[in-house]
Design a protein around this ligand. Sequence first.
Ligand code: GAL
Length: 357
Amino acid sequence: MKQKVIIALFFWMFFLLSACTNTPPKELEAVKPEEQVPHVGKEGPIRIGFAMDSFLEERWLRDREMFKESVEALGAEVEIVAAYGNDALQISQAETLIQSGIDLLVIVPHNSEATAAIVHKAHLEGIKVIAYDRLVKNADLDLYVSFDNERVGELQAEAITALVPKGNYVFIGGAITDNNAHLLKKGVFNVLRPYIERGDITIVYDQWTKDWTPVNAKANMEEALRTTNMQIDAVIVANDATAGGVIQALAAVGLAGQVPVTGQDADLAGVQRIVAGTQTMTVYKPLHMLSQEIAKLAVAMAKGEDVITERKVNNGKIEVPSVLLTPTAVDKDNVESTVIADGFHSLEDVYRATSKE
Ligand code: GAL
């Protein structure tokens, strides 16, 4: 009896401990090895370089603001640049940051392969590099912090197969140059595979979307409608921006709201379409968690502290120490308990164009 009580107590304590480490996970904590001296040989505050891909989507504007705030709250400075999909420009911007004497570089790569050159150049100057949200492949990257992007794809496919277990599916992916687009596709097909093998689901169109732009996604959807003679039962779309383009193409043939469509990012426009009924779901990724944790780890690493992570992700060259945060599926039913409850969007904004029943 006594033994049973002890075992139950042990499990209860274990449960409490894991609940406590939920946000932020314990793996995010920076530890300082005894030998290392923080920020040696330099005057003034820590300077972080933040080389972004673009500010053209709502999420990246939020990332920019939140990351800046978080870094400054830690008493450090951040210099932010964006290359708008231009690989050569992203490399030269990073070089300029490196030469300007930053203590650490954080990068959102446009091209997961091309940016390996940046990591190499930074290391030559003794500067560590953190991949923000998107992995840099084939490089000695120091840290990768993102959401579980494979899970994002699984959440999308789980939501749509629950609604449409049989039929013709269109897959409109993200940018082929972005590792996240590949992970998402893997997640989607993890879920779809058994349906396809049973013959319940047929993939009638499958295409990447150059640079994740709505206009390219719209063109893809128009092609899908044309080549299938509009025989489409569901569309899995990689993010909300591209879903916007897809829904425009569907609206042009009177199919908006008739065919389930997925998304990702919980962009305001995406969430508004969800409550209006033209988009089925999105995937919410709490960006404040991402930006705060990267800021914390970046400043710690810049000071010479070691960062311990529980996970590692293979980038083709090394096992990169990694932190992967958890995404959440959002539809009409849980929009209030997720993005609105979290303050990601206000109730007024979400229902601005629709009347809430
Ligand atoms: C991905 C990211 C998404 C989406 C997309 C387009 O890498 O995971 O959240 O924003 O880029 O910018």
